[in-house]
Design a protein around this ligand. Structure first.
Ligand SMILES: [Fe+2]
Ligand SMILES: [Fe+2]
Length: 276
C-alpha cells in the first residue's frame, strides 16, 4: 500500500439554490461545476474525495440527479456524508451504486478501509431540523468502530461541527451530542482529525486530543459575525475546499484551496530577499 495519500473534501454544495446578488444571480450548480473542475485539475489527483453534506438545497431527487451526473466526471472515487439539507432515502436512491449508503440502519455511518488513513463517516442529520444530532445509537456505533482499530491513523468526517465557533447564529444551528462525542474521541489516540462543514466558513482548533475543522462551502459563504444577528446573508467570498495530505513521516497537513479564477495573482515570481 502506498504511503503518501491525499483526501479532498468539498462541502455544502446546495445544488438547486439560486442566490440573487446585486451583480446578478448565481446558480449554485454552476459553483459545483467549478469546484469539480478544480479538484480534477489538482496534480497529483487526490486519491479520494469526501462530499460532506448539503448536496442539494431542498434534498430533492432532481437536484441529486444533477449532482450525480456531474460527479461522473470526477477523476477519483468519492464518498457521501449526509447533511441537514439532505434526504437519506433520496441519496440512497440516486447514488444507488454507492452501496455503502445502505448501512442496514437508518443512519448513513460507515468506514472506508484499505487506505493509508482509515475514514470514519458519521451521520449528524436530525430530520426536520437544521441542528445536528449524535444520539446514543450513533455514538455507540462510533465507539465500537473506533475500538476495532486503535492503531491505524483515522480521520472522521461529519456534516455538523462538534465545536462552538464563537459565531452565535451558526452555533445556534450546531449539534447536540457533541459533549458525548468528545468523551469518545478522547479515548482514542489515533484520530488525526475530525472534519466537518455546515458553517460555510473555515475554522479549526485543537479539540479533545485531535484537530477539528470546518471547511468552507464550495458554493457560497456566510460572513464572519461574532455578534447576534437575526439571519445570515450569503456572501461571495471565494468558494473553497480542503485537501489533506497524509505522509506518515509528517502527519496530516491541511491545505485550503480556492475555486475559480483569480486574475491578479503573483506573476513575477518570488522577489529576491534584501541583501543587507
Ligand atoms: Fe450548508
Ligand atoms: Fe448544513
Amino acid at each position: 500500500m502506498k504511503k503518501l495519500f491525499t483526501i479532498a473534501q468539498i462541502t455544502d454544495l446546495h445544488v438547486g439554490r439560486v442566490i440573487p446578488f446585486p451583480s446578478g444571480k448565481i446558480a449554485l450548480y454552476d459553483q459545483l461545476v467549478t469546484a469539480v473542475q478544480s479538484v480534477n485539475n489538482l496534480d497529483p489527483l487526490p486519491d479520494v474525495l469526501v462530499v460532506s453534506g448539503d448536496l442539494a438545497n431542498h434534498g430533492n431527487e432532481d437536484d441529486y440527479r444533477k449532482v450525480h451526473a456531474l460527479f461522473k466526471t470526477l477523476k477519483m472515487p468519492y464518498y457521501i456524508v449526509v447533511g441537514n439539507h439532505d434526504q437519506r432515502s433520496s441519496l440512497r436512491t440516486i447514488f444507488s451504486e454507492h452501496t455503502y449508503l445502505n448501512t442496514g440502519s437508518e443512519f448513513i455511518q460507515y468506514t472506508v478501509e484499505d487506505l493509508p488513513l482509515r475514514i470514519v463517516v458519521l451521520d449528524t442529520l436530525a430530520v426536520g431540523s437544521h441542528r445536528g444530532l449524535l444520539d446514543t445509537e450513533r455514538l455507540d456505533w462510533l465507539d465500537k468502530t473506533l475500538a476495532e482499530n486503535r492503531e491505524k491513523p483515522t480521520i472522521i468526517f461529519m456534516h455538523h461541527p462538534p465545536f462552538e465557533t464563537g459565531m452565535p447564529y451558526p452555533d445556534s444551528l450546531g449539534m447536540d451530542g457533541k459533549e458525548a462525542l468528545a468523551e469518545i474521541i478522547e479515548k482514542y489516540h489515533n484520530i488525526e482529525a475530525v472534519v466537518s462543514g455546515h458553517t460555510h466558513r473555515e475554522a479549526s482548533l485543537r479539540w479533545h486530543g485531535t484537530v477539528a475543522y470546518t471547511t468552507p462551502s464550495s458554493s457560497f459563504s456566510y460572513k464572519l459575525e461574532f455578534h447576534d444577528v437575526d439571519d445570515l446573508d450569503p456572501l461571495m467570498e471565494p468558494p473553497a475546499y480542503r485537501v489533506f495530505r497524509w505522509d506518515p513521516e509528517t502527519g496530516l497537513v491541511s491545505h485550503l484551496c480556492f475555486t475559480g479564477k483569480y486574475e491578479y495573482g503573483i506573476t513575477e515570481g518570488v522577489p529576491a530577499p534584501p541583501e543587507n
